[in-house]
Design a protein around this ligand. Structure first.
Ligand code: KG4
Ligand code: ZN
Length: 334
């Protein structure tokens, strides 16, 4: 049977739609909401309104790009969670209405699992079992991936996500939201060893990033008291040092996970996997350790619907469809 899937992603501040035909992505459209920049973070109420405005044109564009007619669709996929309730509701309601009108089934997708399955959009892809460091604005996890749908979290943050740590330190530096990509940009010119920030060593494979946030706050307070233009004069070195600290914490645990499991197929996924410091350091560590390393294309790191379509494809192959009673789950478990 052919699988022609329209997938919708609306968990946070990107409205996205993609079309997949038999495992191959045919279109991938994203409308990024810029309205949040001036507020220094995503405003949930504004995000759901913007999804309402964007969803019809984004879906129409994805069908047009893929040269697929509505009547050809065999399933409607959407992000069920985790994410912002008001944002998820727009995608879920749209998918449900369209599935009802076309009389096709729904596929409800877990956003973080989809980030991992983005690795199967293009070749080469990891072979099972592999480890995936999944790093985004809301999550920091080490996932043991045994099959497309068989995933186990073996380590995770006990407080903030690493993307949040990037964004919050950027905010303290006066940079606009989302700050992660800007820290990355300034870090290119800076010395990663200029400043050091103490990280909390968590037991096992877990992470903690809230301590660094506080340490960074005091660091800025003390330095700007001594020199009011400290940040302006040292932006590149500060960003490089923060990034170096965060990347080291991530890679130390990934190294430990690889040693404990004996797995040498190593992937990264999620928004923070776009970070150049992380990508370069992982490639280096992979070379030293004899790992096969998988780093997604930039476009598949941050939120997109191609990854939702890919995850939906594997769920459809396994017969994991949902009916019209399915609802969004902001705190969706695995
Ligand atoms: O996966 P994603 O697009 O959305 C969530 O599922 O959360 O991840 C967004 C996060 C934000 O915290 C953003 O600052 C971070 O990914 N991010 C980066 C970079 N690009 C995106 N962090 C560091 N360096 C980057 N280049
Ligand atoms: Zn995401």
């Amino acid at each position: 049977m052919d699988h022609v899937i329209l997938a919708i992603e609306s968990s946070c501040d990107e409205t996205a739609a993609a079309v997949l035909v038999n495992g191959k992505i045919q279109s991938n459209v994203i409308a990024t909401q810029t309205i949040h920049q001036k507020y220094g973070g995503v405003v949930p109420e504004l995000a759901s309104r913007a999804h309402q405005q964007n969803i019809v044109p984004v879906v129409a564009q994805s069908l047009e790009d893929a040269k697929v007619r509505k009547g050809d669709l065999t399933a409607l996929a959407f992000t069920q969670g985790p994410g912002l309730l008001g944002s998820l509701l727009v995608g879920a309601s749209f998918a449900k209405a369209m599935a009802l009108a076309l009389n096709v089934p729904l596929v409800a997708v877990h956003h973080m699992q989809a980030h991992i399955l983005a690795h199967f959009i293009d070749e080469p892809h990891p072979t099972f079992p592999f480890l995936c460091l999944t790093v985004s604005g809301g999550h920091t996890q080490i996932v043991l991936v045994r099959s497309h749908l068989g995933m186990e979290i073996i380590g995770q943050t006990q407080d903030d996500a690493v993307g949040e740590a990037f964004d919050k330190t950027a905010k303290m530096l006066g940079l606009p939201y989302p700050g992660g990509p800007l820290i990355d940009k300034y870090a290119q010119e800076g010395n990663p060893k200029a400043f050091t920030f103490p990280g909390v060593d968590m037991p096992g494979l877990d992470f903690s990033f809230s301590g660094i946030k506080t340490a960074f706050l005091y660091f800025l307070r003390d330095h700007t008291a001594a020199n009011p233009s400290f940040v302006q004069e040292n932006m590149a070195d500060i960003c490089a040092s923060v990034q170096h600290t965060l990347v080291n914490i991530l890679l130390k645990k990934l190294h430990k996970a690889a040693a404990e499991t004996g797995i040498r197929e190593i992937a990264i996924a999620g928004g923070v996997s776009a970070n150049r410091g992380l990508r370069e350091a992982l490639a280096r560590m992979g070379g030293q350790q004899g790992w096969q390393v998988y780093i997604p294309e930039f476009g598949y790191c941050t939120d997109n619907a191609a990854m939702i379509a890919m995850a939906a494809y594997y769920k459809a192959l396994a017969g994991q469809y949902s009916d019209q009673t399915v609802t969004p789950m902001p705190r969706m478990e695995w």
